[in-house]
Design a protein around this ligand. Structure first.
Ligand code: BTN
Length: 264
């Protein structure tokens, strides 16, 4: 997996901290687990773990993340923010916004962010459902109100052409969207280059810039149905708030605040 080697990535990386400690694995169960293990052993903020394939790649809500070898990016970034766990939702939104911006700038596609963390692309047929290109899984270890570490896991479908039947009409890749193959190492470096200043800004000045960046690509204004806490809310996504929650105007005209759930 030459294009994910530290040597290749370091050549195109411009960060001050992120990715300088870099672990590239041919295979693992989950890069999030590897990063968490290294965190417990004392690894520093900015550690990046990347794998060519994952046998137990996972997404939100206990889902499996399709992780075949040789095609895609599976990476985890270790953070040690001196903050409370309330920082986490804006951090997840910030990561989605970073991904959307990098993908728009490097490939010319128009990514859309589906709250909280899905990067989707609308096929040219406006009747077709959006297809998922990337996802973010943020996991944390904390003690009461103190974060010990956070692992931000990113899965990005890069050069794959085929998906298992259950994903075939719901997933896409950069190659399927743009028609060419992409250098995974260069994409990884571009993500880290954009992640570092966005993270520093979030810690220094709070979530305003991250939320603005998210809104630029967010699906706001669209009709949606949100499954949250055993309830299904039909309405229009109108905004996100400072805490990273989604605000939905339901069909009765009430603004509903969603802190966790699944948007359709
Ligand atoms: C989601 O969309 O539900 C989140 C998907 C996150 C997948 C990535 S791949 C790298 C990292 N390791 C994992 O096991 N999951 C994340």
């Amino acid at each position: 997996m030459t294009d994910l080697s530290q040597y290749h990535v370091a050549l195109v990386l411009h960060t001050a901290r992120f990715g300088h400690r870099y672990v590239a694995l041919p295979a693992c169960a989950s890069t999030n687990d590897e990063a968490a293990r290294l965190a417990r052993e004392g690894a520093p903020e900015g550690l990046v773990v990347v794998a060519d394939t994952q046998s137990g790649g996972r997404g939100r809500l206990g889902r499996t993340w399709h992780s075949p070898p040789g095609e895609n990016l599976y990476l985890s970034i270790l953070l040690r923010p001196d903050r409370t766990p309330a920082t986490l939702p804006p951090l997840t939104l910030m990561t989605g916004a970073v991904l959307a911006r990098v993908l728009a700038e490097t490939t010319g596609i128009t990514p859309v962010l589906k709250w909280p963390n899905d990067v989707v692309v609308q096929p040219t047929d406006p009747q077709a459902s959006p297809r998922k290109l990337a996802g973010v899984l943020t996991e944390m270890a904390s003690e009461r109100e103190h974060i010990r570490h956070v692992v931000v896991g990113i899965g990005l479908n890069v050069n794959g052409l085929d998906f298992p039947p259950e994903l075939a009409d719901r997933a896409t890749s950069l190659r399927l969207c743009c028609g060419g193959t992409f250098d995974r190492g260069a994409l990884l470096a571009a993500v880290l280059d954009a992640f570092e200043p966005a993270y520093d800004e979030l810690l220094a000045h709070g979530p305003a810039a991250a939320l603005t960046a998210w809104r630029r690509h967010g699906f706001l204004g669209s009709r949606c149905r949100v499954d949250s806490g055993g309830e299904s809310i039909a309405g229009t996504a109108v905004d996100i708030d400072e805490a990273g929650a989604l605000l939905v105007r339901d069909d009765g005209g009430q603004i509903r605040r969603v802190v966790s759930g699944e948007v359709h």
